[in-house]
Design a protein around this ligand. Structure first.
Ligand code: BGC
Length: 389
């Protein structure tokens, strides 16, 4: 099952306009140097399961550290416009941090990214009851989702880049979901400074599935303040408004004339405090943006530029939507890397996905994965630079 759509020409034009300040090609390539992938111990889970940290490094010095606990992107070091490297993702220095309560820093989220209303859905005439972990709703897979599982891992240097392959079998009934589900997530760091995430899955019973990655980015560098000055463009002319429980109402609302219009680049903070019911309900942006597409394939979803460092992140995906979340629930109680208190809006997430609560909205693109069908989804984070201001 390749549940993908693609952008309209108009949207492509708008998006290109959004990217008018052309980012440069990958920086700092020292020709001849090779990429590498190394593995080190990262600690043990509370049950004593050993967990590793894989360091993927490309020939430009870009480095992604990913653990097979939750498939979490622990750190991601990319160059700024002057070639200075910084870690651009929020998280912890050690496994201990990730074993405690945290809002899905860097993690693979599943089986179902975002919320399923009242933790219930029906499929083939049968009602399934899920683990509720967000008031009356089920969020990001339930109490013990993919983010808290130990995945089996293989790391290799390949011609296309440094590759980490993670596998996990989610047993029939796990967190209430039907079917034995075999999931593979492949992270590839290329010499073009792209980190590609390929998701694949099969099931032995019809089920629902919506996998994503929940990395919080701060392009100035993690822990270096809020992201309100970073400029974002989202290739989306509609979004899904939510109710007080952050469940989509079912409406696809045009962004035109609202604070949700990011078709041209705009500072994340420009309209975030506007007098708008949706922003109040989300405590900021915490909404699903429907991407403008016309057919299947990898297409641009969003581009974020940091005027301070000149770092640019372009997100491409085969998914029909992206959740844009501005770290609204961070409140300084979590001490992240280097002991820094992560305050509200210290990071943003672009969780490429199907719409939240799709199993309860027949009009939304389907998230049903049928027995024997192949689930496939790809998202690419392209790290580029533009001149800093
Ligand atoms: C959700 C937020 C939630 C955050 C952390 C986002 O995907 O939309 O409401 O607080 O994840 O769990």
């Amino acid at each position: 099952m390749h549940r993908t759509l693609s952008i309209t020409c108009l949207a492509a034009v708008i998006f290109c306009a959004a990217c008018a300040k052309r980012p440069s090609e990958p920086q700092g390539a020292s020709q001849g140097e090779k990429g590498s992938v190394t593995k080190q111990e990262f600690g043990k889970t509370a049950q004593g399961q050993p967990v590793d940290l894989y360091i993927l490094k490309n020939r430009n010095g870009v480095e992604a550290a990913i653990t097979n606990y939750g498939g979490i992107v622990v750190s991601l070091r990319t160059p700024d416009a002057k070639g200075q490297f910084a870690d651009v993702v929020l998280g912890f220095d050690n496994l201990q941090g990730y074993l405690g309560e945290h809002p899905y820093f860097g993690a693979i989220v599943g089986r179902y990214g975002n919320r399923i209303a009242k933790g219930k859905f029906s499929l083939n005439g049968k009602t399934y009851t899920l683990a509720k972990n967000n008031g009356e709703n089920s969020l990001h897979g339930g109490l013990k989702g993919f983010d808290k599982q130990v995945w089996s891992a293989t790391a290799e240097s390949k011609p296309e880049g440094q590759v980490l392959t993670l596998k996990y079998r989610s047993a029939d009934g796990e967190e209430g979901y039907p079917g034995n589900l075999d999931v593979t997530v492949v992270y590839t760091l290329t010499d073009d400074n792209d980190l590609k995430i390929d998701y694949a899955a099969t099931t032995d019973q019809d089920t629902v599935l919506n996998i994503t990655n929940h990395t919080y980015f701060n392009l100035t560098g993690q822990g270096k303040g809020d992201v309100l000055g970073q400029q974002i463009a989202i290739n989306s002319s509609r979004f899904t408004p939510v109710d007080a429980g952050l469940i989509p109402t079912g409406e696809l609302k045009p962004v035109a004339g609202t604070p949700f219009d990011f078709r041209n680049p705009k500072a994340i903070g420009k309209d975030i405090a506007a007098d708008d019911l949706q922003l109040k309900l989300g405590k900021g942006y915490d909404h699903n943006f429907v991407l403008d597409r016309k057919d299947e394939g990898l297409a641009p979803a969003a581009e974020v530029t940091d005027p301070v460092s000149g770092r640019v992140l372009q997100v491409w995906t085969t998914e029909p939507a992206t959740q844009f979340y501005t770290g609204n629930f961070l409140d300084g109680t979590i001490k992240g890397k280097g002991g820094v208190a992560y305050q509200q809006r210290f990071g943003f997430c672009l969780e490429t996905q199907h719409y939240p609560d799709s199993p309860n909205h027949p009009a939304f693109p389907t998230t049903t994965l049928k027995a024997g069908q192949q689930y496939k989804s790809t998202t690419v984070w392209k790290f580029r630079t533009a001149a800093a201001q």
